[in-house]
Design a binder for this molecule. Structure first.
Ligand code: AHM
Ligand code: MG
Length: 336
């Protein structure tokens, strides 16, 4: 029967992004498509190596030496290197910022393009040894008009990003992307080596039933956060929320986008600015969340309106379903 035949009208990420750009009239150069192609290649490379990690012993510490006497690279170092190399070689970038590198990389003249890419090459890497989902997070800015590409090109509000996304390495590799007109999810078809559109136009439910916080830190949390958590665990009506916390931002946000609810990593008495990095963790995830119809706040301010003063700055994060995020904001308002 026809049901058993594979679809012959598959939509690949490249096809989808190209069509999007044509539709929006932003296809003038196709540069963004080429840049996203480079990012896809790095995600395929990282996905393959995450899968092989146990077999080829990439799990150890960077700097260790294997039996052949070669230096072994820890997975996050490997992920960083492939991204820097592929993005530089794409010829489409001017500035690169990685969680793994203290300073921004300014691309040399002969490879220079007009985009800046900020990324966490392998987020949640403390989870690798347990085989838990990890991911790559990225955000893309265009260089400012007239700029030749300096770190200031990325010290701008997240709302000015032209695209953001992540790839989650789990039972399959899932790339979730927004170029500013909604959010789409693609799954890597390993046989084809292509990301195929599997989750078109992701929309977060307006309210969820799940909260995702590291509640082990509650003795450090400020009153509005604890009061909010109490309110969803001891509701006046209805049933309490379920707790789900993987401790891998990409996986926790992915679930939040699909099922709804709230993910939070607040600032607290110990971590004055929270833990997550504004530029390459909070901004891309806030961008995706808003594009999917949700909200992302520090508790008192819209995350995408923040302006980083340095590339590795941190900020508090609450994101997810519109009504759930509004609830936590109300506790902050009441506390002010
Ligand atoms: P990392 O960049 O060192 O991997 O840390 C970021 C990760 C996020 O993926 C996750 O949301 C958070 O740290 C979990 O932190 P904690 O272990 O404090 O709950
Ligand atoms: Mg990280």
């Amino acid at each position: 029967t026809t049901e058993e035949l594979p679809s012959t009208d598959i939509i690949t990420l490249t096809r989808h992004v190209l069509l999007d750009q044509l539709r929006l009239g932003t296809a003038a150069t196709g540069d963004l498509t080429l840049l996203l192609t480079a990012i896809q290649v790095t995600s395929k490379f990282i996905a393959t190596n995450v899968r092989r990690a146990r077999l080829i012993n990439l799990v150890g510490l960077a700097g260790e030496t294997n039996v052949q006497g070669e230096e072994q690279k820890k997975l996050d170092v490997l992920a960083n290197d492939i991204m820097v190399n592929a993005l530089r070689a794409s010829g489409k970038t001017a500035v690169l910022v990685s969680e793994e590198l203290e300073d921004a990389i300014i691309i040399e003249e002969r490879n220079k393009g007009r985009y800046c890419v900020v990324f966490d090459p392998l987020d949640g890497s403390s989870n690798i040894d347990a085989g838990v989902n990890i991911g790559t997070i990225f955000g893309i800015y265009a260089v400012r008009p007239g700029s030749s590409g300096t770190p200031e090109d990325v010290l701008r509000p997240g709302s000015e990003m032209v695209a953001a996304g992540y790839t989650m390495y789990g039972s399959s590799a899932n790339l979730v992307l927004s170029t500013g007109s909604g959010v789409n999810g693609y799954t890597l078809d390993a046989a084809l080596g292509e990301f195929i559109l599997t989750h078109p136009d992701i929309k977060i439910p307006p309210r969820g039933k799940i909260y995702s916080f590291n509640e082990g830190n509650s003795m450090y949390f400020y009153p509005p956060v604890n009061a909010y958590l109490h309110s969803i665990k001891h509701p006046k009506t209805g049933s309490p929320y379920s707790a789900r916390y993987i401790g891998s931002m990409v996986a926790d946000v992915h679930r939040t986008l699909l099922y709804g609810g709230i993910f939070g990593y607040p600032d607290d008495k110990k971590n004055k600015s929270g833990k997550l990095r504004m530029l390459y963790e909070a901004f891309p995830m806030a961008f995706l969340t808003e594009q999917a119809g949700g909200l992302a706040t520090t508790g008192t301010k819209r995350i995408l309106d923040l302006v980083p003063k340095n590339i590795h700055e941190r900020c508090p994060v609450f994101l997810g379903s519109r009504d759930d995020v509004r609830d936590v904001m109300k506790f902050y308002e009441a506390d002010a």
